[in-house]
Ligand binder design. Structure first.
Ligand code: SF4
Length: 265
């Protein structure tokens, strides 16, 4: 059944077919589809960021995640029952030549899996995204499909890694600071940076809120900053407060030479 997009009113099926006109859909009907881990490795070898986004957004390499994301897209949370769900992998979002990267774990079943963007797309999310875009930021996730219980398996993480590594490689030349949301995102980022030839200290840097580490990469030095993940569990319990997140983002802006009003406004 087709339902109206909440912002444009245009009708879409769930999951959204590639090239159907969904706002920001990087894919077209003929975008090449990876159906297993080997095809992810092969198709991630594009030198063009937009084409990488397109290929990520139609990937079907992890059977368990494909089934989960598409089942959720059809069954829907009750409060979004009248909306179409993206139901596809979430590509990176933001500037093509970012100075700051924000690296997370994976999209949420009724968040990014519904809207096609890493955040849910409510009004505050829209403001945050516009601001992040203006200051030259890109958001990426280590695993691109919403996993059951927010926990991808190690095999799923490894299957998705070529998408992640390639995207990092394409944007590293301009990137000065990377903010990692949560320990999984932090560990996945260090693994990816090491695979791209960066010098990751041994023993491995430890995750902790506001911890920061200078990493040497083939493209120059950058700083990795850690933050607790802004999950409902962390924000409801007060483990992560808005000032705590602002502190890390403001530090990233300073490191990137983008001092000015706080990113999140
Ligand atoms: Fe493809 Fe990554 Fe989704 Fe697996 S998690 S289906 S590799 S986009």
């Amino acid at each position: 059944m087709e339902l109206p997009h909440p912002l444009t009113g245009e009708l879409f099926g769930s999951p959204v077919p590639p090239g159907a006109g969904w706002p920001g859909d990087p894919a077209v009907r003929g975008t090449r589809v990876a159906r297993d881990a080997d095809e992810v490795v092969r198709l991630a070898r594009t030198g063009e960021l937009h084409e990488l986004d397109a290929r990520v957004s139609v990937c079907r390499a992890c059977p368990r995640l494909v089934e989960w994301r598409e089942d959720v897209a059809v069954s829907k949370r009750k409060s979004f029952a009248n909306q179409p769900y993206w139901g596809r992998p979430i590509p990176g979002w933001g500037a093509d030549e970012p100075r700051i990267l924000i690296a997370g774990l994976a999209p949420a079943a009724n968040g990014g899996n519904r809207t096609g963007r890493v955040f849910t797309g409510d009004r505050s999310g829209d403001w945050l995204f516009a601001s992040l875009y203006r200051v030259g930021t890109r958001m990426i996730a280590a695993v691109r499909c919403a996993p059951p219980a927010n926990k991808p398996t190690p095999a799923e993480r490894d299957t998705c890694a070529p998408w992640y590594n390639r995207e990092l490689e394409l944007v590293l030349p301009t990137t000065k600071a990377i903010v990692c949301l949560g320990k999984f995102g932090f560990d996945a980022l260090l693994t990816a940076l090491a695979a791209l030839g960066a010098t990751v200290p041994k023993p491995r840097p430890k995750f902790g809120h506001a911890a920061e580490y200078l990493i040497k990469t083939p493209h120059g030095d950058l700083t990795v900053l850690a933050s607790f993940h802004p999950s409902q569990q962390n924000t409801f319990t007060g483990k992560l407060t808005e000032p705590m997140l602002d502190q890390v983002l403001t530090r990233a802006k300073t490191l990137a030479g983008l001092d000015g009003p706080a990113i999140a406004g």
